[in-house]
Write a protein that binds this ligand. Structure first.
Ligand code: SF4
Length: 249
């Protein structure tokens, strides 16, 4: 697949300074453009189009990150989220190298859609990956995202082989991804991975619905409600049997 990046430019959707939800500490979070998944609950459907957004020079991003260094302190740094960052893997490898040259921590929030040598190079420059597991069951994964989960699971395996840290993220959607048997299956699948430091549960919400409407896209989860406190607690309890830390975002 071709990428839309040109030389030293990243195609971005938006930037959040002082982010505290996407990786450790205070972070500069860059949301990139382009995604091949079609998660029914996506809160950023305006990132789908790989040709949308705007181009930003890597040096400009590095400059912003360097200016924020006093706020990063020991833990913080730069997170690339999306959209799906792996679609711009080559230019992101360059960016992460530049950030490392400035001693800045790098984090990638990805759905793991792709694993090839370029992705492996990027992962080797990535201090922490936040890997989104949309569903452990492939049929449900396809229903929820339009695509399979095979490469996501392979990417997790690869990350484990490199012994570099990983957090899992799981969007809990009532009736779609909260089935007890599959929460256990996910736990069983990952319980022996030594690089997984924690799993984050992200309760489903409807904040992005208006964007779907604006884009003229049909929002299929119209009648789905966010999980109740009890439902979130139940999922947390199940994951706690398999992971050393479970956090609700
Ligand atoms: S992977 Fe992320 S950006 Fe892509 S469709 Fe799913 S939620 Fe949206």
């Amino acid at each position: 697949m071709s990428t839309t990046t040109i030389n030293n430019q990243l195609r971005i959707h938006s930037i959040e300074s002082f982010g505290t939800h996407d990786g450790p500490g205070i972070r500069l979070v860059i949301f990139v453009q382009g995604c091949e998944f079609r998660c029914l609950y996506c809160q950023n459907p305006d990132t789908f189009d790989l040709k949308g957004g705007k181009l930003m020079d890597l040096d400009e991003i590095v400059k912003r990150a360097v200016n924020m260094k006093p706020y990063f302190k020991k833990e913080g740094g730069v997170t690339i989220s999306g959209g799906e960052p792996l679609l711009q893997r080559k230019v992101l490898s360059e960016l992460f190298k530049k950030l490392h040259a400035e001693n800045i921590h790098t984090c990638l929030d990805s759905n793991g859609r792709l694993l090839n040598d370029e992705v492996k190079s990027l992962l080797n420059e990535t201090d922490l990956i936040l890997l989104d597991i949309k569903h452990i069951n492939n049929e449900w994964h396809k229903k929820l995202t339009g695509l399979d989960n095979i490469s996501t699971l392979k990417l997790a395996d690869y990350r484990e082989s490199t012994q570099k840290p990983m957090w899992l993220r799981y969007v809990l959607v009532p009736g779609w991804s909260d089935q007890e048997e599959f929460l256990h299956e996910l736990g069983q699948h990952f319980k022996d991975y030594k690089t997984i430091e924690k799993i984050e549960i992200q309760p489903y919400h409807k904040l992005g619905v208006h964007k779907w409407e604006k884009l003229g896209l049909k929002y299929e989860l119209e009648s789905t409600l966010p999980p109740s406190k009890e439902e979130i607690e139940k999922a947390k309890k199940i994951f706690s049997q398999y992971f050393k830390e479970v956090k609700v975002n």
